[in-house]
Design a protein around this ligand. Structure first.
Ligand code: HAM
Length: 420
């Protein structure tokens, strides 16, 4: 039996893992610069958490959730996204009592049963930010600024920011009515999915990719004309902050977002070069979500990005990634008699943070030297019969070919100085 990886998933192979560590580390660094702390939640939760938060009729809940029951018949789901788990944890652990606002970031695998294609997987890795505790429009702009600071630090250039306001619950009800009125005469011409969404979530009709449905989008009423004064003022303020932060954006009233919890600001970062799956990150406010799933009425905003799409975008721009560093030292021991000395040198070097390689499996000096060269190590520590007799290993600089024999105390000094 040959086992195969599940469709829509992938292995991160050793040749690629340095890239992944790099993008994760940069995200950590950038988030911490804005005062965010990491939160880690389980990869499965009660299915109902997502049903309540993402929306019973959302694609995520209807079609994409990986559900399972455990031995006691409880209904769980692999998390399709990170916001609801973070909010669940915020409520459950009374993070509001920590005082002030909660600035949280996270990473991890998410799961959605969708048709796999370039940039779309069934297990994918998100990085995300959730800012809980204020409705001040500055924080809408700050959350966006975090993503942009991250992309800038990674060196990505060809992307654009689109923003929208989907209004509060009250003004989105008026807007939904206007949309139903507009679409009603065309109902029979819409795809089956849109016909289903017409009642429950008419704004999803704006998002449909089916060409016959897309044609109606152009003349559809715009959400922005249905914002009440408070929502309009909020959106104006967000734009003002973005301007003051020198952040370029376009307003796209067709941004809908696939999850149901959004209120007011919604945004996406688009990389056109990625084709169909061109959204590398997206998010927005969710002022009603926390009370909706059992917490106090608390405003919040956040976003998440997909590492796969980010890496694809970086590859398209030919951005170079840091590689794993070669060994600092390759230890070459000639024969079993040198093992003690080799092992004690290796231990000392590793204790001082040096990356040291050793392979007693290769017997001849020539083969070991060849392996040292192939590893691109900076130094070889050679322990032959002479070195053993004098208790003085030879340290050879493999870049310059200079070499010198050291007494053990001298060698310890050189190692402590990380080989000088
Ligand atoms: P989302 O737009 O569903 O939002 O996902 C965010 C990002 O995750 C997308 O922009 C994309 O880069 C990536 N992504 C989504 N699905 C896939 C997939 N199947 N394969 C690869 N990448 C994917 C959320 O998940 C919200 N929780 C964001 C948020 C946080 N809103 C407020 N706070």
């Amino acid at each position: 039996m040959n086992y195969r990886i599940p469709r829509g998933t992938y292995d991160i192979l050793p040749k690629d893992s340095a890239k992944w560590q790099y993008v994760q580390n940069v995200f950590r660094r950038v988030a911490q610069r804005f005062g965010y702390l990491e939160i880690v939640t389980p990869i499965f939760e009660m299915a109902e958490l997502f049903e309540r938060s993402s929306g019973e009729n959302s694609d995520v809940v209807q079609k994409e959730m990986y559900r399972f029951t455990d031995q006691k018949g409880r209904n769980f789901a692999l998390r399709p996204e990170g916001t609801a788990p973070v909010v669940r944890s915020y409520i459950e652990n009374h993070l509001d009592r920590l005082g002030g606002k909660s600035k949280l970031y996270y990473f991890g695998p998410m799961f959605r049963y969708d048709r796999p294609q370039a940039g779309r997987y069934r297990q994918f890795y998100q990085y995300g930010i959730e800012f809980i505790g204020s409705n001040h429009p500055y924080f809408d702009a700050e959350v966006i600024a975090i993503e942009l600071a991250y992309l800038e630090e990674l060196g990505l250039k060809d992307f654009r920011l689109e923003i929208n306001s989907v209004g509060c619950e009250k003004c989105s009800r008026t807007y939904d009515e206007a949309l139903r009125k507009y679409y009603q005469p065309h109902l029979a011409e819409l795809c089956p999915d849109c016909q289903k969404r017409f009642e429950s979530k008419p704004r999803r009709l704006l998002d449909c990719k089916v060409p016959s449905c897309k044609a109606f989008r152009k003349d559809a009423p715009s959400q922005l004309n249905y914002l009440d004064q408070e929502c309009k003022d909020h959106f104006d303020q967000v734009q003002k902050y973005l301007d003051q932060m020198d952040i370029a954006y376009t307003i796209n009233p067709a941004i809908v977002r696939g999850l149901d919890y959004y209120t007011n600001t919604a945004f996406e970062l688009i990389v056109d070069a990625l084709g169909a799956q061109n959204s590398i990150a997206g998010g927005g406010r969710y002022n009603a979500l926390i009370s909706q799933i059992g917490g106090k009425d608390t405003p919040a905003i956040g976003f998440a990005g997909g590492f796969e799409r980010l890496l694809l975008a970086m590859e398209k721009e030919e951005i170079e990634f840091p590689q794993y560093a070669p060994p600092d030292v390759y230890v070459i021991g000639m024969g079993a008699a040198t093992t003690d000395m080799a092992l004690s040198c290796l231990k000392e070097m590793r204790k001082h943070g040096l990356y040291a390689e050793y392979n007693p499996d290769k017997s001849s000096f020539k083969a070991q030297m060849k392996a040292a060269d192939a590893s691109q190590a900076y130094y070889a520590l050679i322990i032959g019969a002479d070195e053993l007799a004098a208790d003085m290993p030879t340290l050879k600089n493999l870049r310059t070919s200079e070499q010198k024999q050291y007494s053990r105390p001298e060698l310890s000094h050189v190692i402590a100085q990380r080989l000088l």
